[in-house]
Design a protein. Structure first.
Length: 138
């Protein structure tokens, strides 16, 4: 796989109520939830790498090291930037950051691992078979 170092991708998303802390707990403020920010970073990184993979391959998240720096209210637009900083062995490392038009709201690194989708699904199915108890054993 020839994945270029220095490649940059971005994604902009409006913060809707579904992306906020208040979605799960109405006592919480309607601000972008940290897991949702991280999800946006992962999706941006995934989409950046995908065109450089062979047919039938995807990437999966392996490491997330991110700081959430500032709150972003519902209605604001968040732009996420991902830049490939290293391709080594079986992983791709990216610098990620998010900005809401006022503040940098998040920054860090994210590592993704290219995998063959069919092989990945076989492994997940095998694990499912091992962890699912037969109904008649209840």
């Amino acid at each position: 796989m020839d994945i270029p170092i220095g490649l940059v991708g971005t994604r902009s998303v409006e913060v809707t109520p579904d992306l906020t802390l208040a979605r799960e707990d109405d006592r919480m403020p309607a601000v972008l939830a940290t897991p949702m920010m991280i999800c946006l970073m992962e999706m941006t990184a995934r989409d950046l790498i995908q065109p450089y993979l062979p047919d039938g391959w995807i990437t999966v998240g392996a490491v997330v090291n991110v700081r959430h720096l500032a709150a972003t209210p519902a209605g604001a637009t968040v732009t996420v930037r991902a830049e490939i900083t290293e391709v080594a062995g079986k992983t791709v490392t990216l610098a990620v950051e998010a900005h809401d038009g006022v503040d940098k709201i998040g920054e860090g690194t994210h590592v993704r691992a290219p995998v063959e989708l069919a092989r990945f699904i076989r492994r997940v199915d095998a694990k499912r078979a091992q962890t699912m108890a037969p109904e008649d054993s209840l």
